[in-house]
Design a protein around this ligand. Sequence first.
Ligand SMILES: Nc1ncnc2c1ncn2[C@@H]1O[C@H](COP(=O)(O)OP(=O)(O)OP(=O)(O)O)[C@@H](O)[C@H]1O
Ligand SMILES: [Mg+2]
Length: 327
Amino acid sequence: MNGVPLLQVHDLQVEFALKGTRQTLKAVNGVSFDVGAGETFGIIGESGSGKTTLGRALVSLVAPTRGRIAHAGVDPTTLTAAQLRVERRQFQIIFQDPNASLNPRMKIGESVAEPLLVTGTLTRQACHQAAQQALERVGLSAAHADRYPHQLSGGQKQRANIARALTLHPRLLVCDEVVAALDVSIRGEVLNLFAELQRELGLTYVFITHDLSVVAHISDRVAVMYLGRFMEMGPAESVAHAPLHPYTQALLSAEPVPLPASMRQEQRMALNGDIPSPVAPPSGCVFRTRCPHALPVCAEQVPAWNELKPGHWVACHIAQADPLPAI
Ligand SMILES: Nc1ncnc2c1ncn2[C@@H]1O[C@H](COP(=O)(O)OP(=O)(O)OP(=O)(O)O)[C@@H](O)[C@H]1O
Ligand SMILES: [Mg+2]
């Protein structure tokens, strides 16, 4: 690499106009971060916090309302349609539902070869050979290639999806809840496959999940998202073991028991109430209505994005470099 991060995101905002009203919803509201080549960047947050919308924006599936994205230094919005088609092969997203991108009427081998066939760069035979190799790389065999999606388990289908992405030699994969639909017993296997592929192929991941234990396990750095904003971002180890933002602390203490003892808080801090409507988010700090530490200033001013420790950023009026005591 020439020193430019593979992915650069600056002040990204994605807004949706709500049909039949004059209202808009800021699903992503001013998010900035970089991801280096070969890195895994985790994003966690509750349902509706904007993770999928951010992921879709990262691979040009939804247009930013404000801000900039660069893929290896190039803004995809400046590309021609033909250039964007090539770009899309290198910057891809894999979704939660393994059925979504597998045609139920196509054999697995055909589905895996399809994106490569569409590029028109290789013969049919070469595409099927590449699909076969990709299937083997993710732990599936020629016998699986000959089956239909309903004849595969959830884990096998997700492996086929990964193979489908691999045939195009991606550089960045946005993985959106890719193990959430799988049985707990096979999540570890599929996560290990992602880790192996990264080592082998030098892939870069943006790993989206609402499960802190998954993200802490696989990521180098983690960002915590709430109502379209990043609350905290830092090394996975620090965010998972010594979170500085009250929201992350609450998420961590709400984790179910399988969490390692070292990651559990002495006292569990419940998150009060539901996430406010993203159409009318709270003034100042968007988390303040659920924050046990909230002060008057939290309603008045949007907290700055401060680097409280090296590489560890927090948007909070009261957080300090040493973690707040649990309430
Ligand atoms: N196409 C759309 N039009 C209008 N609103 C949308 C659209 N897509 C998403 N939203 C809204 O944007 C917000 C963020 O949604 P998003 O799917 O990005 O959240 P998420 O963090 O991925 O949630 P989950 O954990 O449930 O997958 C939600 O309030 C959602 O209702
Ligand atoms: Mg989502």
